[in-house]
Design a protein around this ligand. Sequence first.
Ligand code: PLP
Length: 409
Amino acid sequence: MTFDPASRIQDFLVFGEFGDVNPSITDSSTYTFLDPARMEEVFEHEIEGCFLYSRHWNPTNKHLAEALARMEDAESAQVMASGMGAISTTIMALCSSGDEVICGRNIYGGTYALLKNLLPRFGVTTIFVDLRDHAAVRAAMTPRTKVICAESISNPLLEVSDVPELAKIAHAGGAKLVVDGTFSPMILSPLRLGADVVVHSLTKYINGTSDCVAGCVISSKAFIDALNDVNSGPSMLLGPVLDATRAASILKNLHSLHIRMRKHSENAAFLAHRLEQYGYDVHYPGLESHPHQSLMRRLMNPGYGYGGMLTLDTGDAATANRLMVALQEAKVGYLAVSLGYFKTLFSMPGRSTSSEIPAEERAAAGISDGLIRFSIGLDANIEHTWSRIERCLEAAGVPTRLQTHSGIE
Ligand SMILES: *Cc1c(COP(=O)(O)O)cnc(C)c1O
């Protein structure tokens, strides 16, 4: 049975106070009660349509959360002030002192640093493994393992997680599978594939305009309620609440996500094929040469392509730097971290978003120093973009696979 996240969002209609086509923005931190007894009740348990304080819930955040829950075919969601706010509160909701996490070794640098450096101070330790090696994941499970933490498509190497298989391993050991879906919204629906919790950095594709940071957690109603519990919920008590004005603007952008994802994928696929054809060392999940293309084809929702992210290995950091400067001068895009913007963004993960991961571990995971990560934009004329890229590749002296293999550089 195919699932279409875009039509689920299309059916989500909320009107504003005066029949506005966009829901009204709640410009308040607190809410009045006509009856003191009602206020007590709201402290005890959630009452539909009653709001207490905006760190807990506010109506605008609730609209965005509901639309995101629909996108993932989930019962509930909470929106946060950042993707890291979403990830950290999720891990804190699932783990106590003495518990263990299993995490992919090829993961966003912030998630790595949280699990490696910060959470051990609170007694939560993490084993980093190659999540593509299911025997290694099974071997890393202990009775204290509470969470397996994966990315739907990993950062920066674009490995595709076998979510159904990882869910089986997690559940067999009494653990939960948490999937970061930031690289592939709409393309992959991890909850439908067996994951227990999905987190997104809304900062990236879902908002798509690189004008704010935001995040979300999507899961069962019970999990989201626990996250927001007035007395014990990590979201309520650590307080990474999203501002209502931002929630309103992200909700508007969410309604064009399906069109943007298709165009990002179309442009990235075009460039990936050209790069491969010219012999460059390119990785893109939509290429036949990508080791996980058939897995991805089996798991993905049809119609959104293979995403807008690709990587190019230029051999060494100096070549990568020459290329990135040339690309920026040629107006191909910006030398900047982050992704999911309407313009192309590129950076060297080894020196930026994955620099939290020590050099030896980066090398073991296959993140070479010359690797450039591209988030391909919504360019109207991608042929034209390719002609600029081609000139930059030559000017920067980026070796092709053939040259590397025959030692001509
Ligand atoms: C950016 C990113 C995050 C962190 O999100 P912020 O909104 O920057 O806090 C987490 N995971 C992935 C895969 C990301 O790309």
